[in-house]
Design a protein around this ligand. Structure first.
Ligand code: ZN
Length: 85
């Protein structure tokens, strides 16, 4: 069963796209229930159990691209990041 995803819409029109939590493709679609980026392609086939927790997703993104996460996710309140900033 496809998961419902929502386009991030006009409000964030100028924001960079996020990495899909499954394939890491850039997307403007979100799986709102878990508050993680999820592209339309993955949403077609993904199960709820495939979706990482937001904390895990951020952890992965942070590991893969610290500069991106430091810029984008500082608001999450990761004190580890802040200490290294
Ligand atoms: Zn994807």
């Amino acid at each position: 069963m496809a998961l419902p995803v929502r386009h991030d819409g006009e409000t964030f029109n100028n924001a960079p796209r996020e990495h899909c939590c499954l394939c890491r493709g850039l997307t403007r679609y979100w799986y709102v229930r878990a508050d993680v980026a999820l592209c339309e392609v993955c949403a077609e086939t993904a199960q709820v159990s495939d979706i990482p927790r937001k904390e895990d997703w951020l952890e992965k993104e942070r590991a893969l691209d610290p500069s991106l996460v430091s810029r984008r996710f500082a608001k999450v309140g990761d004190h580890q990041f802040r200490e290294s900033f």
